[in-house]
Design a binder for this molecule. Sequence first.
Ligand code: ATP
Ligand code: MG
Length: 343
Amino acid sequence: MPIEHPDLTADTSDELCGDLGPGPALVISRLSYSYPDGRLALADISLAIDSGERVALVGPNGAGKSTLLWHLNGLLAPEGRVVVAGRPVIRANLPQVRRLVGLVFQDPDDQLFSPTVYEDVAFGPLHLGCREAEVHERVSDALGQVGLSGYENRLSHHLSAGEKKRVAIATVLAMRPLILALDEPSSGLDPRARRQLIELLQGLGLTMLCATHDLALAHELCQRTIIMDEGRVVADGPTWSLFVDAALLLRHGLEPVCQPDGVAGRQRRPVLRATRPTPGAGYRGGSRPGGRSSGVSISATTPGSGTGRRKTRSACWRKSRLGPPASSRSSRLARRSAGKRVG
Ligand SMILES: Nc1ncnc2c1ncn2[C@@H]1O[C@H](COP(=O)(O)OP(=O)(O)OP(=O)(O)O)[C@@H](O)[C@H]1O
Ligand SMILES: [Mg+2]
């Protein structure tokens, strides 16, 4: 397929290739953001992510997860400071920052705009200034990684939702970024594609911040989880330690995920209570930019954590595998037939 090379001034040197080097991959300090209509979407977020860390970003609809991710490569202008691999995200650094951070949008239609799959995936490498042979190689590798080899000539807008999502991920992989910002990467994927995605992401060895409602994916993929609600970080700590706190999860619109060998299985540990973090034993989300969590910390503004109902291992296991018990299914059906929204 012929490739038109744009008139490039892009830096094609290897300066940004390889490791991120020492120091945190990402530092966000006192980041706030309001949309033009005045809606406050992010309120005083501070956090740091080390090189190679995989961090899940979870929270209810409207918590601000996507808005946070959009700041990582300068799509939104911050009030506060975002630094990627030592480079502040400011206009002058945007070309470098965008080479470093690959952002997969929540809605693949925001990412795919070319007629064919090939052109969509080739777009990034072409604009990096890659030569034709390398563009071919990158497109072929990226499509292979998401299990879509042979889709090159398909029309992007004719693909199914899950196929579009995989192409969107391929467009970012083709850029070979060092940091991945993934917004709902597993949404719309069938179980096999989701499993392949988890294995792919585990194998990449990249720094990742992954916004997701798929807590099982978060548990498998990410050692650390940040819970956001109403534009704030309300908890930040090792994934297992947050995911065993059913009360914390439920309070922020999440549900416990239990697997036989997961958080409620043989790795089960005591539920952590919400307390003010002890100095040195963890940090309240956002208060220690530049550092790494060594424990769990739950915002002191979220009282009552750890006081709620604990699910037994068998109850969690049944729910994760079999769905909710019949009684709750029937009451849900009853509510649905009564025309109420089922949450
Ligand atoms: N363009 C916009 N203009 C005004 N408000 C917006 C805009 N985009 C998002 N918001 C608001 O900002 C807040 C955060 O939205 P955001 O999309 O970041 O949430 P989210 O955590 O990603 O939610 P979800 O889980 O549904 O994807 C929400 O209250 C949302 O309504
Ligand atoms: Mg979102």
